[in-house]
Design a protein around this ligand. Structure first.
Ligand code: PLP
Length: 390
């Protein structure tokens, strides 16, 4: 491929940073020992995992003993919901979550509902923001868990996590947050924000795919989800993904250290991208104007299909998405945009651009120019376009 690729889909996945790959490499062939073994090379793997656990804990203001490595964000979300529900069902069988969660949460909640649990799904305002008061209203005497994502993967809205955590704790309810889009991108403090359980994933912050972690506050009652050997203090079985865990630790440290400078840069690029795209007539920014992830732009172009925009962008080497990767194969409008009250037609005309570390001013200029042209062309072909926009 000779064409220049402009990657603006960092919310779907990131490349693994070269220095992270370098940190991982020795743990494939050189230090390959099983961390559970007694001899020296096993010991080396074990101490590498310990380092990654400390690195991960430090970024969240958690204790290393509270970090449990998993196969990714999806497993961490499944474990949190199912493990807490099953361990606390004598206290009650009611859970609260939101209508804008990732499918790893909503489908786990639906599975629990099939097992006899009850789930309340709280909505959002037009900006995709969950109201702490709405969460509090949904609380019942038998509520055992509240799960609200830290930041939304489609529209980037950052939720009032500390306030929701406080409410949960005032009512003696456990609080989980899916922080897969937030960890390594914005500062998180599980102690200050009253978080009992938190999910994160390596490949969303320049670490490898197939590795994640669940933070479980000391003393939280949770059942095991993966059964087998005694790994992870007997709480998550299976021989550890040593290179992956090493990569996750290196990546989260690196990403967290870069936050202040990198986010200022991303916000500058995002603001310019947003402002220039909004100059196209009949467009609208989705998500909160300020309380949003520094790398997220989600825009509706009325009268055209987001899927067609993506195909035209692809021809120019620009990688973007319509929101959640899971939705791209279906014709259903995004559940997040629907929850925010975006009409189905407008939801179909929405695309998500998520920038990252390698995004330059030139990339932003290129996308503005190409996207403006593509929207104009598609509108000229669409029977829905009003005469004055042709
Ligand atoms: C990507 C993502 C997940 C799933 O994480 P994987 O590591 O890909 O399994 C869960 N929640 C959110 C919000 C995500 O963006």
């Amino acid at each position: 491929m000779n064409q220049k690729i402009v990657y603006m889909d960092h919310a779907a996945t990131t490349y693994t940073a070269p220095e992270v790959v370098e940190a991982m490499i020795p743990y494939f062939s050189e230090y390959f020992g099983n961390p559970s073994s007694v001899y020296a090379i096993g010991e080396l793997s074990k101490s590498a995992i310990d380092t990654a656990r400390k690195q991960t804990a430090a970024v969240l203001n958690a204790e290393p003993e509270e970090i449990f490595f998993t196969s990714g964000g999806t497993e961490a979300d499944n474990w949190a919901l199912k493990g807490v529900a099953l361990a606390n069902q004598r206290k009650g069988k009611h859970l609260i979550t939101t209508k804008i969660e990732h499918h790893a949460i909503t489908h786990s909640a639906e599975w629990l509902a099939e097992q006899g649990f009850e789930v309340t799904y709280v909505g959002t305002d037009e900006y995709g923001m969950v109201s702490p008061a709405e969460i509090e209203k949904a609380i019942r005497p038998d509520t055992i868990l509240i799960s609200v994502m830290y930041a939304n993967n489609e529209v980037g809205t950052i939720q009032p996590i500390a306030e929701i955590g406080k409410i949960a704790h005032e009512h003696g309810i456990l609080f989980h947050t899916d922080a897969v889009q937030a960890a390594g991108h914005i500062p998180i403090d599980v102690k200050a924000e009253n978080i009992d359980l938190l999910s994160l994933s390596g490949h969303k912050f320049y670490g490898p795919k197939g590795v994640g972690a669940l933070y479980i506050r000391k003393g939280v009652r949770i059942k095991n989800f993966i059964h087998g050997g005694a790994q992870e203090k007997k709480r998550r079985a299976g021989t550890e993904n040593v290179p992956g865990i090493v990569g996750l630790g290196a990546a989260i440290s690196r990403a967290a250290a870069a936050i202040p400078e990198e986010n200022a840069r991303l916000i500058r690029l995002r603001t310019r991208l947003t402002e220039e795209l909004l100059k196209i007539p009949a467009t609208k920014l989705n998500g909160h104007p300020t309380q949003r992830l520094p790398n997220n732009v989600n825009i509706t172009f009325e009268y055209i299909e987001g899927e067609s925009v993506l195909l035209f962008l692809n021809m120019k080497g620009i990688c973007a998405s319509t929101g959640s990767a899971c939705n791209s194969a279906s014709l259903e409008p995004s559940h997040v945009l629907t929850c925010m009250g975006v009409p189905a037609g407008s939801a179909h005309g929405s695309i998500r651009l998520t920038i990252g570390e390698r995004t330059t001013d030139e990339d932003v200029d290129f996308v503005i120019t190409e996207l403006t042209e593509i929207v104009k062309r598609l509108r000229s072909m669409s029977p829905l376009t009003p005469e004055e926009l042709r």
